[in-house]
Write a protein that binds this ligand. Sequence first.
Ligand code: NAI
Length: 303
Amino acid sequence: MTVNLEGRVAIVTGAGGGLGREHALLLARLGAKVVVNDPGGSVAGTGDDRRVAQMVVDEIRAAGGEAVANLDSVAEFSAAQRIVQTAMDTYGRLDILVNNAGILRDKTFAKMEVEDFELVLKVHLMGTVYCTKAAWPIMNEQGYGRIVLTTSAAGIVGGFGQSNYGAAKMGTLGLMNCLALEGARNGVLVNAISPAAATRMTQALIPPQIGQHLRPDLVSPAVAWLASEACTQSGLVVNAVAGYFACQRFVEGEGVQFNPTEPVTADMVADAAKSFGQMNNARAVDPRPLGDLEARLQALGLS
Ligand code: NAI
């Protein structure tokens, strides 16, 4: 299967460095015209550096690609609208949105200021909402779109001192799951990557002997696939790390079904939890709102 992005227009947020830069470079190499968004600034989201986005644009152009810089922050809706408008004004269309921008304000929950919680939600979760909201009508009206979100293991399995970040990153998956349903009829697919890479965000956490294999450019091929026509699925979470790619999803362990016409006590649940708390025979969560409830009720002669 060939991933070809000729004629496509992409936005990559937070593309001035780290993973976003690699995503932008690869999308451009595959033929996309790219809006390189990044106001610059520290990992904590302080300050700005108005050169970083332009430097990536220069790199893309030097390699024969097409790109334009945008310095707006994803953390305000009006600014996110300007990012999308940059694509429309410069290239006249928008096919791909890669929500990548991010910051960290790590602290244990006990020590974390509410402001640090809110800011991280604002950049990761609301930034994704704002950019996606601005791109949504354009993609739905043209009947084609590929949106890639960036989640994290810090949300999927938890990260010490990362309650703000973990909450924000899991929030993006709730958004994805709902938008995957809403966008499907118009050819707008919404997927996520859960990356790991040695960038300035993670450099203090990764041992050097492993860090050499955690190159951010090894994550970008997953983004490029999800951003392309070659991808026809929606609602995937692709774990991408050091050349490894796998899908992740919620599972449900074997449950216990009490008779709902009889009393169910806390003691009964506590006893049953010795078994259902083990997550034995786990399988993917049933996508139907009530799962296989009807079959279970039938088995009890109740339906
Ligand atoms: P990075 O710090 O190198 O890159 C983040 C970029 O986002 C920076 O260039 C920064 O200027 C930009 N940015 C920050 N606030 C912004 C805003 N309000 N508007 C627009 N741009 C903004 O970090 P890295 O590692 O490249 O992270 C990229 C994404 O991947 C983030 O969403 C991060 O949470 C996620 N991620 C990274 C992992 C890793 O192992 N590096 C693991 C899991 C998720």
